[in-house]
Design a protein around this ligand. Structure first.
Ligand SMILES: [Zn+2]
Ligand SMILES: [Zn+2]
Length: 115
């Protein structure tokens, strides 16, 4: 059995959120619910390039200190640059509070802050 191979929702598995360096996985349930709902609206699969990051991995990839990735409250989703405006609009409607599109690298950072 592969560690973290665990279905979280219809379209997401815990493995997709695990840290690439240590395979630690931490994910906020609300983040999963919101990604699932966004996926429905978007209509296409969402591929994550980054979910949870341990502190050292976050440093390695140049993530900001206190990044929501360290808390399991953010995911980076592959979205082709020209399609990002529509995606960002849907993400905003869904209630994501941290939305950072990267046009050049074809991904959008989605995060939820603590309430
Ligand atoms: Zn790690
Ligand atoms: Zn990110």
């Amino acid at each position: 059995m592969r560690i973290n191979d665990f279905r979280l929702s219809e379209h997401f598995n815990l493995r997709e959120f695990q840290c690439p360096c240590c395979h630690t996985a931490r994910v906020h349930p609300r983040l999963v619910r919101m990604l699932e709902s966004l996926r429905e609206e978007w209509g296409d699969p969402l591929f994550l390039t980054s979910g949870y990051r341990c502190v050292s991995h976050n440093r390695e990839v140049g993530g900001v200190e206190g990044s929501l990735h360290i808390l399991g409250q953010a995911a980076d989703v592959v979205v082709y640059g020209p399609k990002q405006p529509r995606f960002v609009q849907l993400a905003r409607q869904e209630g994501f509070t941290s939305i950072l599109p990267d046009y050049e690298r074809n991904y959008v950072h989605l995060g939820i802050r603590n309430e």
